[in-house]
Design a protein around this ligand. Structure first.
Ligand code: LER
Ligand code: MN
Length: 287
């Protein structure tokens, strides 16, 4: 692992590192909106990042040619595209009781797939699954979710693009909080290019053991969001990342570490801290 696009500081040290940014202003606090995209990408590159993960509410808002040329200029990749903004900002959900809303969520995700195909990114199904709403029982909601994911997976296979379903903590949704629940749905969907995204912030709240959750996900673990216990950059909370990285190595994880952290005390300092942490942690725990 490591990848030729990494600057010398990260070469051969571990998983490629990305930082999550939001394409548009958002109420979701852990994805800072980019004000000056070029400056931010330049900074990420200088800090040794290999990629930028984009949280995109509506792909129609993304000027692909400009983004493509900036990514080429700064030799950055897009490992994943987040989709939860469509729920946070517009209420689109795959489990909404209103079929019109469910269809709109599905159509939006089809657009995300098309955008992801540009860069071979994976598409995240996180907050856009919604939460249990009045009049919908859990079985019904999970059936809708499974059908939607199967439909998207069949579309995605043609590009090809992979999908990653993210367990989220109970304060953000009541549908799929743990890796175990998420794997059960993935199993039902039965498509090999649908896997798990493990976010250390959520897993720290919901899993009995982060290490066991990683081992359980095994080769279905497609993507990892890193954030400390308080959603600040790693090292600024109390998660045992040494143990998490060891578990990832033992699971044979071959994807990215994508920092989805609060832009605290500032975006600049958070980006620098993630890079500083990675330099030390990945050095100590080479892949
Ligand atoms: C939300 O808390 C989160 O972790 C995002 O990645 C979900 O889309
Ligand atoms: Mn996440």
């Amino acid at each position: 692992m490591g990848g030729s696009t990494l600057t010398p500081g990260f070469e051969g040290m571990g998983w490629p590192l990305a930082f999550v940014l939001s394409w548009q202003p958002t109420r979701f606090e852990a994805a800072a909106a980019v004000h000056d995209l070029e400056r931010t990408l330049e900074r990420l590159r200088a800090l040794g990042y290999a990629g930028v993960e984009l949280a995109v509410r509506d792909p129609a808002m993304v000027p692909v040619p400009r983004l493509r040329s900036l990514l080429e200029r700064y030799a950055l990749r897009i490992p994943a595209i987040g989709t939860g903004q469509a729920w946070v900002e517009e209420g689109l959900s795959l489990t909404h009781p209103d079929a019109v809303v469910r269809r709109a969520a599905l159509a939006r995700l089809e657009a995300h797939l098309e955008l992801a195909a540009e860069w071979g990114s994976l598409v995240i199904i996180g907050l856009i699954r919604g939460r249990l709403m009045a009049g919908v029982d859990r079985g019904r909601a999970l059936a809708w979710l499974g059908e939607a994911i199967a439909h998207l997976a069949d579309r995605a296979a043609a590009y090809p693009v992979r999908l990653a379903l993210e367990p989220l903590n109970r304060y953000e949704t009541d549908l799929l909080n743990t890796v175990e629940e998420t794997l059960a749905l993935i199993e039902r969907v039965g498509r090999s290019h649908v896997g798990v995204l493990l976010d250390t912030f959520h897993a720290n709240i919901e899993e009995a053991s982060l290490e066991k959750a990683i081992a359980r996900a095994g080769d279905r673990l497609f993507h990892v969001h890193i954030a400390d216990s308080n959603r600040w950059a790693p090292g600024w909370g109390h998660l045992d990342f040494e143990s998490v990285l060891k578990a990832l190595r033992e699971a044979g994880y071959g994807g990215w570490l994508s920092a989805e952290v609060l832009p605290q005390p500032s975006l600049e300092e958070a980006m620098a801290q993630v890079a500083r942490w990675a330099r030390i942690a990945l050095n100590r725990s080479p892949v």
